[in-house]
Design a protein around this ligand. Structure first.
Ligand code: SF4
Length: 268
C-alpha cells in the first residue's frame, strides 16, 4: 500500500462548515475589519477538531499562510493536519545551525512520509559570522543579552523572512505550556509581522496532542522518548525530570519564568 493510499484511508470525514462560512479573514488592512475577523475565527475554532481547524483557517484567510514548525509534538500534529489534507499552507522551519540530529531525522522522515518539502530559513551568513566572531560558539550562555542575540540572529531574523508577505501565521503554541504562553491568545493580530497569528492547539493539553500523534501514526522526534518535552537548539535544551514544568528544559540556566527566544514575544 502506498503512503498516499494509507493517508487517504486515515482522512477524517469533515463536519459541515456552514456555521463558520459567514465571515472572512482578509489580508490585514482596516483595523475594524481585522478585529471582527480575528474575533470570528477565535469564536469558531474551539468547536472544531484539528483537521477542521486547519481547513477553516485556510478557507477564511485570503493570501499566503505560513506554519512554522520546529518538529516538536504539537508541530507534527499540525503538519499532519496540513499535509494529509493537501492544504495550501506553507510549512517552514528555522534551521538555526544548532539543531539536534534527531530533529533533522524527524524532518527527513516527515518529508518522506507526506511527499512534501518543509521550506528552510537559515541565518544570514554575514550576521552569523559576526555573531560567532563576537561572542564565540559558546558565548550564548555568558549572559541573557548574549543568548537573545544568538536567538535573534539564528531565529528571529530568519522568521521575518519566512513570514514576509503573509496574511497569517500558524504556530503550535499551547496555553498550558507555560504561564507566559497562557497569557497569549488563540487568534490575534500580530503587529510586528502585520498578520493574523493563529495557534490552533491553544486549548489542547499535551495528552491530547500525544493521543492525536499516536492515533494517526505521525512521525515524532525520538528525543521525546528520552525526557525532552520541549525541543529547541541542542545547546539550549535538556531533558526534564518527571514533575518538572514542560519548558523547564529550555535555557535551564536562566531564572526567568518567561523563557522565550523572541519569536512569540508579542501578545500573540
Ligand atoms: Fe542560539 Fe540557543 Fe537561541 Fe538556538 S536557542 S538560537 S542556540 S541561544
Amino acid at each position: 500500500m502506498s503512503v498516499n493510499a494509507s493517508l487517504d484511508e486515515r482522512r477524517p470525514q469533515f463536519r459541515d462548515h456552514r456555521a463558520i462560512t459567514s465571515f472572512s479573514v482578509p489580508t490585514p488592512g482596516d483595523a475594524g475589519t481585522r478585529a471582527l475577523s480575528v474575533q470570528a475565527l477565535a469564536t469558531a475554532l474551539p468547536a472544531l477538531d484539528l483537521f477542521e481547524r486547519l481547513r477553516a483557517i485556510r478557507a477564511h484567510v485570503s493570501g499566503r499562510i505560513v506554519f512554522t514548525t520546529s518538529f516538536g509534538l504539537e508541530d507534527q500534529a499540525i503538519t499532519h493536519a496540513i499535509f494529509s489534507q493537501s492544504l495550501s499552507i506553507d510549512v517552514a522551519t528555522l534551521d538555526t545551525g544548532r539543531l539536534f540530529p534527531e530533529t533533522h531525522e524527524v524532518w527527513a522522515e516527515t518529508e518522506e512520509r507526506y511527499g512534501r518539502r518543509v521550506a528552510t530559513f537559515a541565518p544570514a551568513r554575514s550576521s552569523l559570522e559576526a555573531l560567532v566572531a563576537q561572542q564565540g560558539i559558546g558565548g550564548l550562555r555568558t549572559s541573557l543579552a548574549a543568548r537573545l542575540e544568538c536567538c535573534n540572529v539564528r531565529k528571529v531574523a530568519p522568521l521575518g523572512r519566512a513570514l514576509a508577505g503573509s496574511a497569517a501565521w500558524i504556530t503550535g503554541i499551547r496555553a498550558d505550556q507555560s504561564a507566559g504562553r497562557a497569557q497569549l491568545a488563540a487568534v490575534a493580530f500580530n503587529e510586528r509581522h502585520s498578520l493574523i497569528k493563529v495557534n490552533p492547539l491553544f486549548d489542547w493539553t499535551r495528552e491530547q496532542t500525544l493521543d492525536f500523534v499516536q492515533a494517526h501514526g505521525v512521525p515524532y522526534n525520538r528525543l521525546h522518548d528520552r525526557g525532552f518535552l520541549s525541543i529547541g537548539c541542542a545547546p539550549c535544551t535538556r531533558a526534564v525530570e518527571p514533575g518538572e514544568p514542560e519548558r523547564a528544559g529550555r535555557w535551564w540556566w536562566e531564572q526567568s519564568d518567561k523563557k522565550e527566544c523572541g519569536l512569540h514575544s508579542e501578545a500573540t
